[in-house]
Design a protein around this ligand. Structure first.
Ligand code: ATR
Length: 276
């Protein structure tokens, strides 16, 4: 009899993670005898926890705040994606070794393609709001997809400048005060900030200059239809919500740990939303 396959999301705090609902739905749907737990681990305990993963019988884990960067020093192997993003969110235990990767960029671009099938990355610049970890993964994914120019806009301009420099390629930094006019030539607008999330400040941006054929993607998914997406939809722009990124970024982990490529379906979306 083979041992039950085991994975988890590891964070501090980790109580609000939707990953257990997401992987739990897939385990049940595919009839896999596995588990996906929620494990709170303090930053000072991460090293001990990761070193014990193989002995504890884990096939692997997801990492969330605040462990994604710290884990880089604690694993045996980092994928090219993890190295470029400078953070990892998925670990596979293979023959006792810890192999880490970052699936956020994959999740973002796969969700964008699924939600906006007509979106053509090469058709024009992307305006990206925010310069945190999510923005970094998303800019890399956009560059890889063939976006010709990224206009990076962040409240703290220095952070946008530093990110542009670190990424290289064609990235223009525009000031937060110019966010409305910067939309003039946009083929894509992505919000990677926390603005518009329930409990946070609203995202104050006027879409009047945004071309009607542009796609708008918000990575916030609580609420699912943010005021940004509602405004974009009302003007006829194609909109992509943030839930898809969460669901697609989980695919590679599930496949590696449990041996089945899981599907993102309307039923999965419903189950994960209901778990919130
Ligand atoms: P993550 O790693 O998830 O992307 P983060 O590094 O905390 O999270 O980044 C959050 C982003 O939201 C940042 O771009 C942040 O802007 P600053 O770099 O200026 O902090 C942005 N953000 C958060 N609150 C904001 C606010 N009230 N106004 C404008 N931008 C805000």
């Amino acid at each position: 009899m083979s041992a039950k396959l085991k994975a988890a999301v590891v964070g501090w705090p980790v109580a609000h993670s939707r990953s257990p609902a997401l992987h739990g739905y897939w385990l049940k749907t595919y009839g896999i005898d596995g588990s996906y737990e929620r494990v709170p681990v303090k930053p000072e305990d991460l090293e001990t926890f990761l070193r014990g993963l193989a002995a504890s019988g884990y096939a692997g884990v997801n990492l969330t705040v605040p462990h994604k960067e710290a884990a880089l020093k604690l694993v045996d192997e980092i994928s090219p994606e993890g190295q470029r993003i400078g953070a990892v969110n998925t670990i596979f235990v293979e023959k006792g070794r810890l192999k880490a990767t970052n699936t956020d960029g994959y999740g973002f671009i796969t969700s964008l393609k699924a939600g906006a099938p007509k979106f053509n990355p090469a058709a024009g610049p992307a305006v990206v709001l925010g310069a945190g970890g999510a923005a970094r993964a998303i800019c890399i994914a956009l560059q890889d997809a063939g976006v010709p120019d990224i206009v990076l806009i962040n409240r703290t301009a220095d952070r946008a400048g530093a990110l542009a420099k670190a990424l290289g390629g064609k990235i223009t930094v525009a000031s937060w005060n110019d966010r409305t006019t910067a939309l003039k030539a946009a083929n894509l607008l992505v919000n990677t900030t926390t603005l518009g999330m329930t409990g946070q400040d609203p995202l104050d941006i006027d879409l009047k200059h945004l071309p009607p054929e542009a796609t708008v993607n918000d990575i916030v998914y609580v609420p699912l239809e943010t005021p940004l997406l509602a405004a974009a939809r009302a003007r006829g722009n194609t909109v992509v919500d943030g839930l898809g990124m969460l669901l697609y970024q989980a695919q590679p982990g599930f496949e590696g740990w449990f041996g089945k490529r899981p599907e993102v379906t309307p039923e999965l979306r419903k189950a994960v939303l209901a778990a919130g």
